[in-house]
Design a protein around this ligand. Structure first.
Ligand code: AMP
Length: 280
């Protein structure tokens, strides 16, 4: 399993199990839906630094897409993804088909994300976090990873995964990795490739609003008002939510660490972003 030769590509559970059996020491897993960018690369690099072996999963999970969402048109760039995985020293890429992941069809038993799963992204995308947590749980078992790496870009997802691991005693370490952005501030996302040049400009309002909120963090109301004002200046942006919470997505604190989260639609593309804010 030499790195120079590139990762082992495992398409079945049996192939993954065989590759996994050859690993000693710690195993880090990075779960992706492909269409890799520098944000994914940062997760892979962090895993490479911390774990003895790195498994990357590449699976566009049908369970987490709603009927009117972009499952069919979600970007699929397998050859390029494999090049990036090779360059980042990934040992194994596990890329199952939906039938391999769900051999009995849609699973009857799913992980219930609880109340936090109904807020924010969960409110706009019913069933989304049931689908996410179910596939994450399955992939943790299949890879038997010691550490799993997730981006802060998907902050609610990261929070719910931490809660799932704690509440269900999954015995894996979860490592959050800060959001990678373009120089102008736009958070990297596989869905950014849907944006036209004009929409890309519009999308910059999300990160501008987060920065404005962080600067105005004398108190929670000021931080929120500054973020909202920035978003209102961009008329073509259809804002879904702007909220301030504590780091666990509970009510915002009077003082100390908080999180500002935004979701907005630019044309037909839904974008999310968030940032830490320190309330003075
Ligand atoms: P995805 O392929 O979109 O499901 O993302 C796979 C993983 O990469 C998730 O843990 C994401 O949070 C993470 N990720 C996506 N975009 C970024 C980014 N810009 N910076 C850091 N991590 C990211």
């Amino acid at each position: 399993m030499s790195r120079e030769a590139g990762p082992v590509v495992a398409r079945t559970r049996a192939e993954l199990a065989a590759a996994r059996a050859g690993m000693s020491g710690t195993v880090g897993v990075v779960m992706t839906m492909g269409a890799l960018h520098e944000g994914h690369a940062r997760l892979l690099r962090t895993a490479r630094e911390q774990a003895d072996h790195v498994v990357m999963t590449l699976f566009v999970n049908p369970l987490q897409f709603g009927p009117n969402e972009d499952f069919d048109r979600y970007p699929r760039t397998f050859d390029r993804d494999l090049e990036i995985a090779a360059a980042e020293g990934v040992d194994v890429v596990f890329t199952p088909t939906p039938a391999e992941m769900y051999p009995n069809g849609e699973p009857a038993v799913r992980v219930n994300p609880g109340p936090v799963g109904e807020l924010l992204e969960g409110a706009s995308r019913p069933g989304f976090f049931h689908g996410v947590l179910t596939v994450v749980c399955k992939l943790l078992h299949l890879t038997r990873a010691d550490i799993a790496y997730f981006g802060e870009k998907d902050y609610q997802q990261l929070t719910l995964i931490r809660t799932m691991v704690r509440d269900l005693d999954l015995g894996v370490e979860i490592c959050g990795v800060p959001t990678v952005r373009e120089p102008g501030g736009l958070a990297l996302s596989s869905r950014n490739r849907y944006l036209s040049p004009a929409e890309r400009e519009t999308a910059l309002a999300l990160s501008r609003a987060l920065r404005a909120g962080a600067v105005a963090a004398e108190n929670g109301e000021d931080a929120l008002a500054a973020a909202r004002k920035e978003l209102e200046q961009t008329a073509v942006l259809d804002v879904d939510y702007v909220v301030l919470t504590d780091p666990e997505l509970g009510p915002p604190p009077e003082h100390g660490p908080a999180r500002l989260l935004i979701a907005a639609r630019v044309g037909t593309t839904r974008l999310i972003d968030n940032a830490p804010v320190e309330i003075h």
